[in-house]
Design a protein around this ligand. Structure first.
Ligand SMILES: [Ca+2]
Ligand SMILES: [Ca+2]
Length: 333
């Protein structure tokens, strides 16, 4: 009798064990063999999620707190103060556009002074817009005098060389009835500059640069950098319902190369890139305006330097306007 009970219990145990394996472990087993390759445990896609957090405003500065603000500096090449307001760039309450303070640069002689934003990281963003408010005197900077300018300049080599993107304008209008000047003395203006050409780059410097002699005070306030980012959405689309984009990567696992195919329902700005499992960009395959329809790109496992990518888990990410598509793939050992 005891023997029978033992046999039944033993069978039940085995049955229960098998049931346990089927119910609890099968999703894990299936997942492990997903894509035909065991995924190393503990590898989480995009282990640096902050790299991929959607970001609309990368920077806002109203000059209300510490000066220079954290991540900014001032650089005075030359200059002699002319009036009551100090040089170089500092925080003052004379000309605030919003709240109490702005960044100001007093008038003077032989002026060459910078207020710089240091080391901006545009490597994960696109559609970069810099906007800022500025105020000064048309009379002293343009007409009838032409005693100086404010420039906005951008450096991609940590301040060694600069591209001038903007100045507040030196065009002279005929002053008279019915003719307005391009800008007025001591009126706040907002200017917006497109910095999208610096997308995918890091360590970008932006300089507000005064070059002047016997000029007028200059102030800036409410500096904003707006971007669109390559936010990852949990979405993998294999099928191609017409009117929605899709992304396919075959073969996967990638042995020697893979063909990346995608469909765009409209003519759109896109970025197609390969990332490793830490979120690092391995290779940017395509960037720029791309026509509606089907596209194919062959990827040869190589990174930007031409080096073959190591075995592991990777992602192909397509960002196109409102669409973000992601494909996980593997380079096997
Ligand atoms: Ca302010
Ligand atoms: Ca000028």
């Amino acid at each position: 009798m005891g023997c029978i009970y033992y046999t039944i219990l033993s069978k039940m145990k085995r049955y229960l064990t098998a049931t346990f394996i089927l119910i609890f472990l099968s999703p894990l087993i299936l997942r492990a063999f997903y894509d035909g390759k065991i995924i190393p445990s503990g590898v989480s896609p995009f282990s640096s999620p902050s790299d991929f957090v959607p970001q609309d405003t990368m920077l806002y500065q109203g000059f209300e707190d510490t000066f220079p603000p954290s991540g900014w500096d001032t650089l005075e090449i030359s200059g002699t103060q002319g009036g009551p307001n100090p040089i170089p760039w500092c925080k003052n309450d004379y000309y605030a556009h919003t709240d109490s303070f702005s960044a100001t640069y007093g008038w003077g002689y032989n002026l060459d002074g910078w207020l710089r934003i240091l080391s901006l990281d545009f490597s994960q963003v696109y559609d970069i817009q810099l906007s800022f408010w500025w105020i000064s005197s048309y009379t002293w900077h343009v007409y009838p005098y032409d005693n100086g300018d404010l420039f906005v300049e951008v450096s991609t080599d940590a301040g060694a060389t600069w591209d001038t993107l903007w100045t507040f304008g030196d065009s002279v209008c005929v002053v008279g009835s019915g003719v307005t000047w391009p800008w007025e003395d001591w009126v706040w203006y907002q200017s917006t500059l497109d910095l999208s050409e610096y997308a995918d780059m890091s360590n970008i410097y932006i300089g507000f640069h005064v070059v002047a002699d016997d000029n007028a005070d200059i102030a800036i306030d409410d500096v904003v950098i707006d971007t669109a980012s390559y936010a990852v959405v949990e979405k993998e689309t294999e099928t191609s319902p017409y009117g929605t984009p899709f992304l396919v990567l075959r073969p996967n696992p990638v042995i020697t190369y893979s063909r990346i195919s995608f469909y765009l329902p409209e003519d759109i700005y896109l970025r197609l890139a390969i990332y490793d499992c830490t979120g690092r960009v391995v290779r940017i395959l395509k960037k720029g305006r791309t026509g509606r329809g089907y596209h194919n790109i062959i990827w040869d496992k190589r990174d930007e330097e031409g080096k073959e990518s190591a075995p592991g888990v990777y992602f192909c990410l397509l960002t196109a306007g409102p669409f973000e598509l992601r494909k996980k793939f593997i380079i096997p050992y």
